[in-house]
Design a protein around this ligand. Structure first.
Ligand SMILES: [Fe+2]
Length: 448
């Protein structure tokens, strides 16, 4: 049985809500909006070969308004969810069993774009539009009323233009990678990208002028009678691709560096003629000699030992310089989303706890300009998932605001917490009446 169904990863299996929750401490003046967390929660339960990524997309929401906090969770009504509920049984196999295409669950990421909360899926699927704060599924997400194309998790909104920048991939058929952009006025653009191998990318970056692609040598092999196996091809480089925002795939320029895997980027920007990429680098995700240390978090064969890393691409010289910035393992990085594509100073990275399942035991606040960091533990055996930065209305600096997440004490207690992003001082806690699992990605949707 996978550890991703127990403790902080315990499943929920139902939809609930609770109003006017008790608040310990003080909600910050100006904090108004909805904290949302996407998660995988199989509507028909988890079988013995359940994989963490399989479950139907379930969004948990903590809505803050007029000094009050309320909670609700809802499954996203994807095509899969609707078809299986009409049939009264599961219709698709999971990652460990399926030999054909997997079905989209929209369970991975959340982003606010063009007045919608958009839910996306890690393996590329139909982005779904959700209403806030009700979490009602409106249907396929759109840009100015034009349907958005299929995309993977982690599209980014360019805060200067409001454009959505996204990529999709397909390990079964060409084109293996597609990149695109969409604007709130209904302009939607996609272009195929030629890559030599069907790798499994996960994130995408943007700068003032470019979309940044990651082509890392982690991909599926199908040696065992068509059954999927993940492989790390350390004889291949990692490549960063720079593409003009609305350009054709033929315009992409690739820059090679050492093989590695990166799930998530902290920030990407242009500086002094170079392109800077900051993220969480896993040097060897599938070692020839797997770790025997049970404290090493893992996801099947992947060992999750990521470190803060910075690459600098010199587009003129065609070179990439890389530098590890910390030896503390962190993941699920977040910054002030208003800074995407521009230099960020502060990044907020949860620190990995001891395995076997991925959890976080506290938060590292990085000052990338000063090269310093501070850490604060959640304490008392608590763990968390992703932590989001909510800017203080009117503030401009990228640590002037609050850090929000849900902390878990196993499957026994879940608490919505808020910290000061500058001092890491706890400001408030809202004990929740229901278990809210660690899940995947979170977002702060301020009340407009
Ligand atoms: Fe992700």
């Amino acid at each position: 049985m996978t550890p991703y169904v127990m403790g902080p990863h315990a499943l929920v299996g139902r939809e609930r809500e609770a109003m006017d929750l008790p608040v310990r401490g003080e909600l910050p003046v100006g904090l108004a909006g909805t904290f949302v967390r996407n998660s995988a929660d199989p509507a028909f339960g988890a079988g013995p070969r359940y994989h963490w990524f399989d479950g139907d997309g379930m969004v948990h929401a903590l809505h803050v308004a007029d000094g009050r906090v309320s909670y609700r969770n809802r499954w996203t009504r994807t095509r899969k969810w609707v078809a299986e509920h009409e049939a009264g049984r599961p219709l698709w196999e999971g990652l460990h069993d399926a030999r054909g295409p997997l079905e989209d669950t929209a369970n991975t990421d959340l982003i606010v774009f063009d007045g919608q909360l958009v839910a996306t899926w890690w393996l590329t699927g139909q982005p779904m539009s959700l209403a806030l704060p009700s979490l009602e599924t409106r249907g396929p997400a759109t840009a100015g009323g034009v349907p958005l194309p299929r995309m993977a998790a982690h599209p980014k909104v360019d805060p200067r233009t409001g454009d959505l920048v996204f990529m999709g991939y397909d390990v079964m058929r060409r084109p293996w990678v597609t990149v695109g952009a969409a604007s709130p006025d209904g302009r939607v653009h996609t272009t195929p990208i030629e890559v030599p191998h069907p790798h499994v990318p996960h994130d995408i970056g943007l700068t003032e002028h470019h979309t940044i692609l990651l082509d890392m040598p982690l991909g599926w092999t199908t040696k065992d009678s068509g059954k999927r196996r993940l492989g790390f091809f350390r004889d291949r480089p990692t490549r960063f691709g720079l593409l003009p925002r609305w350009g054709a795939g033929s315009e992409v320029r690739w820059f090679e560096t050492d093989p590695c895997y990166v799930y998530h980027l902290s920030g990407t920007w242009e500086e002094d003629g170079e392109v800077v990429i900051v993220g969480c680098r896993i040097a060897d995700p599938i070692p020839d000699r797997p770790s025997t240390d049970e404290r090493t978090p893992r996801l099947d064969t992947i060992e999750l030992v990521p470190h803060l890393y910075r690459w600098r691409i010199d587009p003129v010289a065609g070179t990439v310089r890389g530098e590890q910035l910390d030896d503390v393992p962190t993941e699920f990085p977040r910054v002030d989303d208003r800074r995407w594509g521009r230099p960020v100073r502060h990044a907020f990275h949860p620190r990995l706890g001891a395995g076997p399942a991925l959890t976080f035991d506290g938060l590292v606040r990085y000052d990338l300009d000063a090269g310093t960091s501070t850490f604060r533990a959640w304490g008392d055996g608590r763990t968390s998932g992703e932590v989001v930065f909510a800017p203080r209305p009117g503030g401009t600096e990228d640590d002037d605001g609050w850090l929000l997440t849900v902390v878990n004490e196993g499957d026994r207690a879940s608490t919505f917490v808020g910290w000061c992003a500058r001092t890491l001082e706890p400001l408030f806690e809202v004990p929740l009446p229901f278990h809210v699992p660690q899940g995947f990605h979170a977002e702060w949707a301020p009340t407009s």
